[in-house]
Design a protein around this ligand. Structure first.
Ligand code: BT5
Length: 258
């Protein structure tokens, strides 16, 4: 990858600026700093290797050079979008899922922010809020995708089984074509982020919906039926005829082992 090739391949998309880094700590950190310094909507930071890729809740994300995709995009949400800011993480997952479907794959979304192929994690999404004093003035959406075989970390580093796009597809995948496709779907679906259709399309790809699951929260576990998601993307769990609404960001979801 080099910046000229990336710019040429993404030239048809409404992206305001592209930064390519062969190596960085975290593209989300870079994009957050750039957003705080006033970068406009549509800036994208792409790296070939991350030294300190981040997941949620202080967890790590592994990005191997030459085989993974790691990038972050800056959004400047409208006031109406700020009311539903929690939908930016689903936006990332939906864009990746649709891009994988375009390749002929059948991805699922593991609530709220993972994309799975054959029930193994192929992509993680990290949405972070940019604050200006006490006001929200941006979202940085970071996406990591395992593309080729070397991108999949050792299983002892993982909380959940992982895979990569090429293993599932059985043939090579061009990283820049996949990047272009994800960004295109991201930009298109963002226009619909407040619509019912957006939630429906996200929901229809959710893994474990209707199944019995255990949700792990920092304050303990809760088991019930994954009943639904609400208009903010929160998970609705039914436990003994009572509904519990669980918000994104502080939970993990696993199928119940039985
Ligand atoms: C995520 O967090 O899945 C969000 C990952 C977001 C990564 C992107 S890359 C570009 C941008 N820059 C960043 O620094 N981050 C974003 P979470 O749901 O917390 O999952 C983290 C867990 O995923 C880890 O604890 C590992 O178990 C597992 N994991 C780490 N690297 C992986 C990989 N390459 N493939 C599959 N699973 C992985």
């Amino acid at each position: 990858m080099d910046v000229e090739t990336i710019r040429a391949r993404l030239s048809a998309l409404p992206i305001s600026e592209i930064q390519y880094l062969p190596e960085t700590y975290s593209t989300n950190d870079d994009a957050m700093a750039w957003a705080q310094a006033g970068a406009p909507e549509g800036v994208v930071v792409i790296a070939d290797k991350q030294l300190k890729g981040r997941g949620r809740l202080g967890r790590m994300w592994v990005t191997q050079p030459g085989t993974s995709l790691a990038f972050s995009m800056i959004f400047r949400p409208t006031l109406e979008e700020i009311e539903k800011l929690s939908l930016f993480s689903p936006l990332g997952a939906l864009a990746v899922a649709v891009a994988l479907e375009d390749l002929g794959l059948s991805p699922e979304i593991k609530w709220p922010n993972d994309v799975l192929l054959s029930r193994k994690k192929v992509c993680g999404v990290l949405a972070e809020t940019v604050w200006m004093g006490s006001h929200i003035n941006g979202v940085v959406l970071g996406i990591g995708i395992n593309v080729a075989t070397g991108s999949v970390p050792d299983s002892n580093m993982l909380l959940f089984p992982a895979t990569c796009v090429e293993s599932e597809l059985g043939k090579p995948v061009d990283r820049l074509s996949l990047l272009e496709s994800v960004l295109r779907h991201l930009i298109e679906w963002r226009k619909q982020i407040r619509t019912e259709r957006f939630i429906e399309e996200w929901k229809k790809r959710l893994a474990f919906l209707g199944e019995k699951v255990t949700v792990q929260k920092p304050d303990g576990e809760i088991t019930g039926r994954f009943q639904d998601v609400d208009e903010h993307g929160a998970l609705v769990l039914s436990v003994e005829e009572q509904y519990h609404t669980i918000f994104a960001g502080d939970v993990k979801l696993r199928p119940l082992e039985e």
